[in-house]
Write a protein that binds this ligand. Structure first.
Ligand code: CTP
Length: 408
């Protein structure tokens, strides 16, 4: 896990709900990500999970009472928020949403939310029964929270503790962590639609065999996450991988290069940015067998013929036309001569920006170093975790879009 919350002070508020059990996992994840976590619980929350558990996991005294004499000046609502970088209420009950909507100050957590300095963001993760969530009064209060600039994380849909099904489940701890980390990233792609390809492709030989490559999809998924963190609406077209979809990213799964081509071409109209990270097979088997090819004792191996796959990136780049959209970014996986090959590949594909890397140094790895090629030359981004590189790449793309808009 990356320590994305290093140096951050997070106030984690718990209100009454079965989802409190997930708040324990969330607290642990926040601490592992480097945050100092100050837990504050409402009286209702203490019926669902003990303060002792939260204290053990956060490593700090848990506060539940506005009148707690352990705070020297007896102003817990002030003291607990002055050093905070964010307040996250998870789970946030229907009643606590009501309180926030009306600026109520009748317990420590609600008072603290109202008393927090204006620059401290408040994020809430609703958790309640589907009928409670869909109740018009709750929805009115939710709308008020949005108007007040409070971020709503979720809720998700699914099975509920009460036995019913629908919207109202609290997001999973790892999703809440992603959302909190994202809230600290600059929104340099706000309002932009981004289409990304990732992973390997799989070209069938017969129903049980095929040709693929060593791409794990990690870099493409990192770019998708970084673009989403930067405020973009992200669609990921992915070859076969075992990776979880980054939170808030839409994903279409494909197998072969031709399926990837079709999915991309269907999605490309209206996109602002296209990033081709996938390691797309250059060739497919021209004579795949409908049935498993059987080995004949002493017989000749099967004869495979190949034909070339369409070049997705070059095709998208060629559609850019007068509008200038989508802004196309390619990747180049080389095994040698990266600087020469990268510059040449950028020209050949007709893209303004190309990211070069050494294939066998990156496939399956969590870290990489990359080289950015554009019309003014190349820049090396030194070895770092793929998510850190992806964030730098997103910021480089945003910079170039900004320059472009200044020129037009
Ligand atoms: N790419 C693509 N469609 C293909 C092949 C490649 O969209 N059929 C994209 C990749 O997603 C990547 C870029 O083109 O963004 C470069 O891929 P790479 O495999 O490095 O280059 P190739 O064009 O295949 O050239 P070569 O194999 O000769 O190095």
């Amino acid at each position: 896990m990356t320590r994305d919350l290093n140096g951050k002070n997070i106030v984690l508020g718990l209100t009454g709900g079965v989802a409190c059990y997930k708040a324990a996992e969330l607290c642990r994840a926040l601490v592992k990500a480097g945050a100092q976590v100050q837990v504050v619980m409402t009286e209702s929350a203490t019926h669902f999970i003990g303060a002792v558990t939260m204290q053990a996991l956060s490593g700090h005294t848990v506060y539940t009472d506005q009148w707690d004499p352990r705070i020297a000046n007896n102003m817990a609502h002030i003291d607990l928020t002055r050093r905070a970088d964010a307040v996250l209420v998870a789970p946030c009950s229907a009643d606590f949403i009501r309180k926030l909507a009306h600026g109520a100050c009748d317990d420590l957590l609600s008072t603290l939310c109202v008393a927090r300095p204006r620059h401290v963001p408040l994020l809430v993760a609703p958790a309640m029964n589907v009928e409670m969530w869909e109740n018009p009064a709750t929805q009115r209060n939710v709308a008020t929270l949005r108007e007040d600039g409070i971020s709503l994380l979720g809720p998700a849909a699914g099975d509920q503790a009460c036995g019913e099904t629908g919207l109202g489940r609290m997001l999973e701890p790892e999703d809440l962590l992603e959302e909190l980390v994202a809230s600290f990233q600059p929104k340099v792609l706000a309002g932009k639609r981004v289409l990304i390809t990732a992973g390997p492709t799989y070209e069938p030989i017969d129903p049980v065999r095929g040709i693929t490559n060593l791409s794990s999809g990690k870099m493409g998924y990192a770019v998708a996450r970084a673009a989403r963190e930067a405020g973009a609406d992200v669609l990921l077209v992915s070859g076969p991988t075992t990776l979880p979809t980054p939170h808030g990213v839409r994903r279409i799964d494909v197998q072969s290069a031709r399926e990837m081509y079709d999915a991309v071409m269907a999605a490309v109209p209206g996109q602002h940015i296209f990033v081709g990270v996938a390691a797309v097979a250059d060739w497919r088997v021209a004579n795949p067998s409908d049935q498993k090819v059987k080995k004949q004792e002493g017989g000749a191996p099967p004869e495979l013929r190949f034909e070339q796959n369409p070049d997705i990136l070059a095709t998208v780049a060629a559609t850019t036309g007068i509008s200038g959209w989508p802004y196309c970014v390619g990747f180049a996986a080389e095994s040698e001569n990266l600087i020469d090959y990268g510059a040449a590949k950028r020209e050949k594909k007709g893209v303004p920006l190309l990211v070069g890397n050494i294939g066998h140094h990156t496939f399956g790895q969590d870290e990489n170093s990359i080289v950015l090629f554009d019309d003014s030359g190349h820049t090396v981004l030194p070895r770092a975790p793929k998510l850190a590189l992806a964030r730098q790449l997103v910021s480089e793309i945003a910079k170039r879009l900004e320059q472009r808009s200044l020129l037009t």
